[in-house]
Design a protein around this ligand. Structure first.
Ligand code: SF4
Length: 194
């Protein structure tokens, strides 16, 4: 459990910093067990921001990285790569969202800062338990089975087939069409449903 954790709190310009006291969050992070380094920075996803992470991993001999910034959907990959470039397993990086789920949903600076601190605290706890992961590749059969021949199933089957893959549609009823076949006409064109 004794790992050297580094915490990087992003300001996202004023996107986060206008509502969350990022300096206070970084200071709080330094008090958490396992944390040996914590800082805030204007744009963590920028090249200098990524360099900050890489350098800190090496200079502070970090074993885990926690980034508090935007949604992982935006930059999880960026920070995994920066973590790997610093010499760690890419999965030794934990990310928390203090933007979409925090600074963007309140104007209350006190509460937003408190929430960011709580999120960072949880991420640090998890980081202490993280283990390195390896990416593996497994062979797959490029064929799809769709269960249910309703409208959604038929459309999915057509889309996959147009992508050049064989599709098998499984339907429990005697015919395909699902609920649509039980209707007479459909709004707004009043076309015959069948
Ligand atoms: S990492 Fe996310 S929160 Fe930080 S500057 Fe980039 S987009 Fe903004």
């Amino acid at each position: 459990m004794k790992k050297r954790v580094g915490v990087f709190v992003c300001e996202c310009g004023t996107n986060i910093a206008a509502t969350v006291d990022t300096e206070k969050v970084a200071e709080y992070a330094k008090t958490l067990p396992g944390v040996v380094y914590a800082t805030n920075y204007k744009y963590m996803c920028s090249d200098p921001g990524q360099e900050l992470i890489r350098n800190a991993i090496q200079e502070q001999q970090l074993e885990q990285v926690v980034v508090a910034s935007c949604s992982p959907r935006m930059h999880e990959n960026t920070f995994r790569k920066a973590t790997a470039a610093g010499g760690l397993n890419a999965y030794m990086m934990e990310m928390v969202n203090i933007r979409e789920q925090n600074s963007w949903v309140t104007h209350d600076r006190g509460q937003a800062t408190q929430k960011a601190q709580a999120l960072v605290g949880m991420a640090v706890s998890k980081a202490l338990r993280n283990k390195p992961l390896q990416v593996s590749t497994v062979p797959i059969t490029k064929k799809a089975m769709i269960i249910g021949g309703g409208i959604a199933g038929m459309q999915a089957a057509l889309d996959i087939a147009e992508g050049g893959h064989q599709v098998i549609v499984v339907e429990r009823e005697a015919s395909i069409g699902g609920k649509m076949t039980q209707l007479d006409k459909t709004f707004p064109t009043m076309d015959c449903a069948a």
